[in-house]
Design a protein around this ligand. Structure first.
Ligand SMILES: Cc1cc2nc3c(=O)[nH]c(=O)nc-3n(C[C@H](O)[C@H](O)[C@H](O)COP(=O)(O)OP(=O)(O)OC[C@H]3O[C@@H](n4cnc5c(N)ncnc54)[C@H](O)[C@@H]3O)c2cc1C
Length: 392
């Protein structure tokens, strides 16, 4: 019988997870980049056998069971260097290290060629370094879903770390649960395209007159955890630091004006999480427990399943852990309650990306964005901010 196949009527209906492409038994689905640089499935009419699997298994078309059972922790690593080199407090690193010590494999996001992020599979502790740090850009799942299936078939433990939609895509692809699979979804407020990021990198390279070989979004060499400072490493060995509110790409990322369409309607932006564990920044922790605050960062960890709890228990010796309430976790992390609001500017922000040079495009379309709160924050001197923070 001929079954209905996948049809993307609205761009917001597709996260670009690649589950449909990888499930197709006749390889008739290709992921194609749109003008903004986001990938979408395209079906080859001639090859399609109308089996309907692409539509039936698409995670965007499935209702998810509500998860009422979760435990919320504030966590930090006992080793300061682990937090110092990570975005929040390095719990992603510790979980990855634990799985590799147990002879398992880890999948996470690394820069591939030319600073384009993508999911890769690693099986050594040295390689986890590539996954460290948030890349605030769309990460392509590539062939990782098939690699996970293969590893599970060979009875290896797998830890998959990614955005909630990547985890949803993985479960859709696999079709059935596996006791050997552990998943971590990150609290996510949305992803811009790698095309936009590369455009911005090109503009910076023109300014610096040098190639950029590494870009760390949340570096802590010269800034504390909450300060959002990027470290840019040039091919000649020089290093530059840029604060988010002075930077065209980063400020637009934080104000949410450049995301993939689906991010503004994200079904995962709630406490009904998809992974065994959810990781994020524990913003506002100093207001609930000033002794637990650390300038190197505190992670928000939500255990959504027994497997998740087991993994966190295995980190007992390496971490400091405290239980918190749901209201405390969500108060300053809006994406645990709702998706980012789509502002009007999103409709036109990518216009000209192909036609203009990177310098012209960045200057014209990505003017530095500052909210009134950021403007006030900038005016107040650092010393004063510390006094106010302490007083609060
Ligand atoms: C696009 C994006 C938006 C985010 N938004 C929020 C938010 O609104 N609130 C909040 O509390 N936290 C947010 N985070 C999560 C936060 O930045 C940290 O990644 C998280 O707290 C884990 O920190 P860590 O120190 O344990 O690990 P880290 O050292 O930061 O490791 C991060 C892990 O995330 C994975 N990762 C990195 N970049 C990507 C990517 N582009 N796509 C998929 N996986 C990736 C890596 O594989 C790695 O394992 C976001 C992260 C990303 C990538």
């Amino acid at each position: 019988m001929e079954r209905k196949r996948l049809e993307i009527k609205n761009k917001s209906d597709c996260t670009g997870c690649r589950a449909c492409e990888k499930l197709c038994s006749v390889n008739c689905i290709k992921m194609v980049e749109d003008k903004e640089g986001f990938i979408f499935p395209e079906i080859d009419e001639e090859k399609c056998i109308h089996c309907g699997i692409c539509r039936d298994r698409c995670p965007e078309r499935k209702e998810r069971k509500a998860n009422q059972e979760f435990t919320i922790y504030g966590m930090k690593s006992k080793e300061i260097s682990v937090s110092q080199k990570s975005t929040s407090a390095g719990i992603a690193y510790l979980l990855s290290r634990q799985v590799i010590k147990n002879k398992g494999v880890v999948v996470g996001c690394a820069y591939l060629e030319k600073l384009i992020p993508g999911q890769i599979r690693v099986d050594s502790i040295e390689e986890i370094e590539k996954l460290r740090g948030s890349k605030y850009v769309f990460s392509d799942t590539k062939d990782t879903y098939q690699e996970v299936k293969q590893d599970l078939a060979e009875n290896r433990e797998v830890l998959y770390l990614g955005t909630p939609c990547q985890i949803g895509g993985l479960y859709a692809f696999l079709g059935k649960p596996s006791p050997l699979l552990y998943t971590v979804d990150i609290v996510c407020h949305g992803v811009p395209s790698s095309k936009l990021f590369l455009n911005y990198i090109d503009d910076l390279e023109n300014k610096y007159k040098e190639k950029i070989i590494d870009y760390q979004f949340r570096n802590k060499d010269k800034a504390e955890w909450g300060e959002f400072c990027a470290k840019i490493v040039l091919a000649n060995g020089k290093v530059n630091y840029r604060k988010a509110d002075n930077d065209p790409y980063y400020s637009h990322f934080l104000t949410g004006t450049t995301y993939r369409d689906c991010c503004y309607e994200c079904q995962y932006a709630s406490m009904n999480r998809v992974g065994d564990i959810t990781l994020g920044d524990f913003w506002g922790i100093e207001q609930y427990d000033s002794h637990f605050y650390s300038p190197q960062g505190v992670s928000l960890v939500i255990c959504n399943s027994e497997k998740g709890k087991k993994m966190i228990q295995e980190l007992e010796e390496d971490t400091l852990v405290k239980v918190f309430e749901e209201a405390q976790a969500v108060r300053k992390n809006a994406n645990l309650v709702r998706p980012t609001k789509r502002e009007k500017i999103r409709d036109t922000i990518y216009e000209g990306i192909d036609e203009l040079s990177s310098q012209e495009y960045i200057k014209k379309k990505l003017k530095v964005q500052m909210s009134p709160k950021q403007i006030i924050k900038r005016i107040i001197p650092k010393k004063m901010k510390k006094i106010v923070k302490k007083w609060i």
